[in-house]
Design a protein around this ligand. Structure first.
Ligand code: ZN
Length: 196
């Protein structure tokens, strides 16, 4: 059963902070099966990331990955990455205003994210690593780490009037949003030449 049901806002499992994984058990069958289910469920739902409590498992494991995603066509690519026990260090205090959706929340809305972060985590093979993330990808990582801490996007929305359905966002919000994030992407993503 690799594609698992995704609990929705109001399910207590989303509000309970997840437990760290014993680093020595990252390679266990249990954790490896969890990682496989996370990847399969995220891919099936066209998510850009998913946290273990979003498939009902209260462990500090999440996955991020974007490759030509129809749900988030504006997101820069992210290599498929498993983050076990991720911890975020802010590299500065700069923030930007994102608009996010969530596989566990039917609406989307505006919320601030930090621009530049460093993440320390354990990878799917049990090896520690650190990685700097910027811009939209940093936002995706912060979103997943919020999940692992029992948070949801609605907690960070400073103006509930920005909340929309996906359909209404596409009609009324996407144009302004793309203008808003263009400079963020330009600053934080490697340049791709016109022939590329
Ligand atoms: Zn989410």
């Amino acid at each position: 059963m690799p594609v698992r049901p995704i609990p929705q806002i109001g399910d207590p499992v989303l509000r309970k902070p997840t437990a760290p994984v014993d680093p020595g058990s990252a390679g266990s069958d249990e954790v490896q099966a969890l990682i496989t289910d996370l990847i399969d469920t995220m891919t099936h739902a066209n998510g850009s990331g998913i946290a273990a409590n979003q498939i009902g498992v209260s462990l500090a494991v999440c996955v991020i990955g974007v490759s030509k995603n129809p749900r988030y066509p504006y997101k820069p690519p992210i290599p498929l990455t498993v983050l076990i026990n991720p911890e975020i260090t802010l590299l500065d205090d700069e923030q930007w205003l994102n608009n996010e959706g969530c596989l566990s929340v039917p609406l989307r809305g505006n919320l601030p994210r930090f621009m530049n972060i460093e993440v320390s985590a354990i990878d799917r093979h049990g090896e520690p690593f650190t990685q700097v993330y910027r811009g939209l990808t940093a936002g995706t990582v912060q979103h997943e780490v919020d999940h692992l801490n029992g948070g949801l996007i609605v907690d960070r929305m400073e103006d509930s009037r920005s909340m929309t359905t996906w359909e209404n966002f596409a009609t009324h919000g996407m144009g302004e949003y793309l203008d808003r994030i263009a400079p963020v992407i330009a600053r934080t993503e490697p340049k791709v030449d016109a022939d590329g």
